[in-house]
Design a binder for this molecule. Structure first.
Ligand code: BTN
Length: 326
């Protein structure tokens, strides 16, 4: 794409002006064609200084998602090898599933600036206004069906670590894979298996980060929080995406190569509520007990008067008895 070629040229000389003539010679297009493209880039949020005598200089890249900026920030080897960015999608998970059925490779990433019918766990809707990070990743890992829920646990550890690394904030994981800050939900993860899980195992990991918007835009604003609110400024969604993909790649490799044990202890260190009284809801049923952590297959272990029972993520909801942290 010509706009990307222009950006590549400008990025090669971060402090300097690059003359229109040089760009036009290099890309074999007219100077007025270049000026048109520069204007489009400026509308996309690139700050490009234009001086008649000296040419163009790239000053700032947009904080909103942009494939060129994202590719510059990416440090992964497989995740993000293909990136699709749409302005509006019904759900990035649905789009990723469709692409997976058409043969999308491991690491194919789907992003949307907003979603019109974003989906959450337990058939809930997921509100996805502009400014959030709504992303799905197609994964074809070297793991079995029994590992599907471990992959979403890995994703929760990865995102918590990415947020901590980028913004020095401490994020807790609420079982199975909600990320919370001071008791309020910041990130949700929805893992979905595509088709038959046999020869080629395909999983979609969808994640939603409440990032650059005020939480009042959400109808459940009392139990949600956004990064903008925590940090007091707008963050670079491209950097955030790159950071999350990097950590996700690391955690997946660890799971594939070393098994679940290491991930289980990482998850447990970041989890909230272990050792405390909790209430879990299974349909109409309400169960009470002490949260003892997760089993070797990622299920929640609840200790009741009758001993220990484990629950998998699909069937239940978790509540704090004291209502102090979630
Ligand atoms: C939850 O906490 O219930 C999970 C929320 C997952 C939301 C993300 S946003 C990107 C992807 N597309 C969707 O429709 N859902 C996930």
């Amino acid at each position: 794409m010509i706009r990307h070629d222009i950006l590549n040229l400008l990025a090669e000389h971060p402090e300097d002006f690059v003359s229109g003539e040089r760009i036009s010679q290099h890309l074999k297009v007219t100077r007025s064609a270049i000026w048109k493209q520069i204007k489009i880039l400026q509308e996309e949020g690139f700050e490009i200084e234009a001086q008649t005598k000296n040419g163009y200089r790239l000053l700032k890249t947009p904080l909103t998602l942009n494939t060129w900026v994202l590719k510059q920030a990416l440090t992964t080897t497989t995740l993000g090898s293909v990136i699709e960015l749409d302005d509006v999608l019904s759900s990035t998970n649905d789009r990723a599933k469709e692409l997976a059925r058409l043969g999308a490779v491991h690491g194919h990433v789907v992003l949307a600036n907003c979603q019109s019918s974003g989906r959450g766990r337990l058939q809930r809707q997921w509100e996805s206004p502009r400014g959030g990070l709504w992303m799905s990743v197609v994964l074809r890992p070297n793991l079995s069906l029994a590992d599907a829920s471990k992959i979403t646990l890995a994703a929760s550890v990865a995102i918590a670590d990415a947020l901590r690394g980028l913004f020095q904030i401490r994020i807790g994981i609420k079982w199975p894979n909600d990320l919370i800050y001071q008791g309020k939900k910041l990130v949700g993860i929805l893992g979905e298996v595509v088709g038959e899980w046999n020869a080629v195992q395909t999983l979609i990991v969808g994640l939603g980060v409440n990032a650059n918007f005020p939480r009042e835009q959400l109808s459940n604003s009392l139990s949600a929080i956004t990064l903008q609110e925590i940090l007091g400024y707008e963050i670079d969604l491209n950097n955030l995406t790159a950071g999350i993909l990097k950590h996700l790649e690391i955690e997946l490799q660890l799971l594939e190569n070393n098994g679940f044990e290491e991930l289980r202890s990482k998850w447990s260190e970041r989890a909230v509520g272990i050792g405390e009284e909790i209430i879990i809801l299974r349909g109409e049923q309400v169960l009470q007990g002490v949260f003892r952590g997760i089993s070797i297959d990622g299920a929640l272990i609840l200790e009741t008067g009758d001993g220990e029972e484990s629950f998998s993520a699909g069937e239940i909801q978790l509540r704090s008895k004291l209502n102090s942290y979630f």
